[in-house]
Design a protein around this ligand. Sequence first.
Ligand code: SF4
Length: 183
Amino acid sequence: MSDQKDIKIVGAPAGIEGQGFFATKLDEVVGLARANSLWPLPFATSCCGIEFMATMAATYDLARFGSERMSFSPRQADMLLVMGTIAKKMAPILRQVYEQMAEPRWVIAVGACASSGGVFDTYSVLQGIDKVIPVDVYVPGCPPRPEQILDGILTLQDIVKNESVRRRSSPEYQELLASYNIT
Ligand code: SF4
């Protein structure tokens, strides 16, 4: 059993500290809260999904990063994890799931298939989910090990922590969604 002293908690955001006060930016506080409570929606269609199951289980324990709360309802999740080969017939479903998620929402393409179609360069397989939805983080590998999936989630946490609360209503973000025909 590990000692109590081994337990680490999330560090305070950057700010100004004095006797009896701590001041920081709203962006920092919101980013800290969002990054450490990302609720995953696992969209798993094949083998990479098994690696994600291992990532959730005791040895790798995704709960350490505040993401143990799975959601199979898009409206109660903010981190879409796409794991597996996505057939072109499945693409509209994936897109619908993404559209049903409330803002702010983030996407991780887990593994070669979700990132680029993987070895399946065929007529029926989508050559990367970024053909239909925007992706924030790509995790390489076929399959990626649980450590790589964790690394992808930690990378996303950094992105979330540093995202301005205004980003979702910015013209750049609207432009990104418009490029995917998403309103
Ligand atoms: S990347 Fe490899 S392990 Fe993952 S779904 Fe594709 S074929 Fe399976």
